[in-house]
Each structure stands twice: as C-alpha cells, then as structure tokens.
Ligand binder design. Structure first.
Ligand SMILES: [Zn+2]
Length: 132
C-alpha cells in the first residue's frame, strides 16, 4: 500500500504529493508532476531532477494498523491513544524505531548485529549478567 506519493523537486525545492488517484500536482517551476495518490506512482517531467519521497507498507502491515485504529476507537481511546496504537503496531512490525533504540538486524549464537539510531551498523557479543 502506498502511504505517500511524493517528490521533492531539486530545481525549485517544492515538496509535492498526490493525495488521490486523479490528483495531478505540479511543482512551482513545472519541472515535475506527481499523480496517482495511493493507487500508483505516476511521474511526469524531469524525473532525474527530483528526489522521490514516496513510501509504502506491505498490505498486511497497513491493514493491521487500520485494525488497531478500529480497536482503539471501540475502546474509546482519544487521538493520542489511537496514535499510540498505530505507532506500537508499526514498531511491533519493525517499521519504526523508538528514539535512541537500535534495530536488531540479525542474531547469531553469541552475537547480534544491530542498526544504531544514527544508521551505523555494529556487531555486539551477547553478555549475560547476573544469571540466577
Ligand atoms: Zn520544481
């Protein structure tokens, strides 16, 4: 599922996005246009002179996020409760990382490989303290 259909034009700096299937949007300098909303990513113009800012999620993750919104509404959660439910779901599905949190990319017998919050990748030896 396409979440955001957008580009940043490198000529004029505009960030433009298409909100729905027939929402054809052109930047100020008319170099690039976007279209298609969440249906498809259509680009017209200088595709080499823009940075694609689009992002998408697998359909199952997207649907699970929609389901937790329904659950939160049924449980009378306010807007923060709904936002938290979606963010927890995205984190559970490894789609967002909490601030300062490392993302575990792989685990070995006695080692883990993590992507740090700053994007660097490190390996650590597992250390078990205070075994009872
Ligand atoms: Zn432009």
């Amino acid at each position: 599922m396409i979440i955001q259909n957008a580009v940043t034009c490198l000529s004029c700096g505009d960030y433009i996005f298409s909100m729905h299937r027939h929402d054809f949007v052109t930047c100020t300098c008319r170099s690039i246009s976007v279209d298609g909303g969440q249906e498809y990513l259509r680009r017209v113009g200088a595709i080499d002179a823009c940075v694609d800012m689009s992002w998408s999620l697998p359909d199952d993750v997207y649907n699970e996020c929609a389901e937790v919104v329904e659950e939160a509404k049924e449980n009378n959660r306010n807007k923060f409760g709904i936002a938290n439910a979606v963010m927890r779901k995205l984190r559970e599905r490894n789609r967002i990382i909490a601030e300062g949190e490392a993302r575990v990319l792989a685990t070995y017998n006695d080692e883990i490989m993590v992507e740090e919050a700053d994007g660097t990748i490190n390996r650590y030896r597992k250390v078990v303290d205070g075994v009872e």
